[in-house]
Write a protein that binds this ligand. Structure first.
Ligand code: ZN
Length: 283
């Protein structure tokens, strides 16, 4: 809170003088898997490593760092000819190794035909993820389902003894049929009934390149292009696609980067009303 007050007083200082460089501020850590919330003086031109970053009218913006990203992040904000540059080096994180056995072997080593289907469905979700959603991103996100965290983000997976891609999601395990609700307002980018790996799948765009995905659902309650409200039921937990038990595989992404959903919720909680905040910390 002190930080926020300090930072609000900085905004006031900038408003007083016209040619002051813009305020630029990041909440969260520049580390792998992070979804950071940043602030820049409104009406500034903001770039990250030379690429334009969209901001809300009030100056807040979000950006994600991929699990395996390394190197530097250079933010440059320009307003009325004055600029502010902040550079960060992405800090590495340690990931655990998760072994899962007993998966149907055809889902671990798919046939050529299945490989093609997986690739097609991957393209479908990637295209949906890149769709532009015309809305200002909400800052307070809630957990989309109740349940036990059965798998964290980032784990290196060894499926039936074969090393596979890392787990770029948060798994919330609960009984089949447990409601899955929208963590924030958004637009349905994709509602797919049967994907080889992810089963019944829903993607929601929240604006400014932030997308949340809901995988292995037993039931989908929304349609493509539908506008949805925070807390609205979008489906139910299931185990369609490649899953060993009923759980929600929850992906949070920014552009093509999948971030750590738990870190995202933690950073987002600072923007939630206090009552919501304490509720969210419960498992
Ligand atoms: Zn998962």
């Amino acid at each position: 809170m002190k930080r926020l007050i300090f930072f609000l007083s900085m905004i006031a200082a900038v408003k007083a003088g016209a040619a002051e460089p813009p305020v630029l501020f990041l909440q969260g850590q520049a580390r792998q898997g992070e979804m950071l919330f940043g602030y820049v003086t409104p009406q500034s031109e903001l770039t990250l490593n030379g690429e334009k970053v969209e901001t809300r009218a009030d100056g807040w913006f979000l950006f994600g760092i991929g699990r395996d990203d390394t190197g530097d992040l250079t933010f440059k904000a320009v307003r009325d000819g004055a600029e502010t540059v902040h550079a960060y080096t992405i800090a590495p994180r340690k990931w655990n190794v998760q072994r899962i056995n007993g998966l149907p072997q055809n889902t671990v080593t798919p046939t050529e035909e299945e490989e093609q289907r997986i690739a097609r469905e991957f393209t479908l979700t990637q295209d949906a993820r890149m769709k532009n959603v015309e809305m200002e991103i909400p800052l307070c996100f809630d957990r989309p389902a109740a349940g036990r965290i059965s798998s964290v983000y980032g784990s290196q997976r060894i499926l039936n003894g074969e090393p596979k891609a890392a787990h770029n999601a948060l798994d919330i395990a609960n009984k089949q049929g447990t409601p899955v609700t929208a963590p924030a307002d958004g637009v349905v980018l994709l509602a797919h009934d049967d994907m080889f790996l992810s089963g019944k799948t829903v993607l929601i765009g929240h604006g400014q390149n932030v997308v949340t995905s809901y995988i292995h659902l037993s039931e989908i309650a929304v349609k493509d292009g539908q506008k949805i409200k925070k807390g609205q039921r979008i489906g139910r937990i299931g185990m369609t696609g490649r899953a060993t038990g009923p759980h929600l595989h929850w992906v949070v992404s920014w552009k093509d980067k999948r971030v750590d959903p738990q870190v995202f919720l933690n950073n987002s909680a600072k923007f939630c009303p206090p009552a919501k905040k304490s509720k969210k910390n419960k498992r």
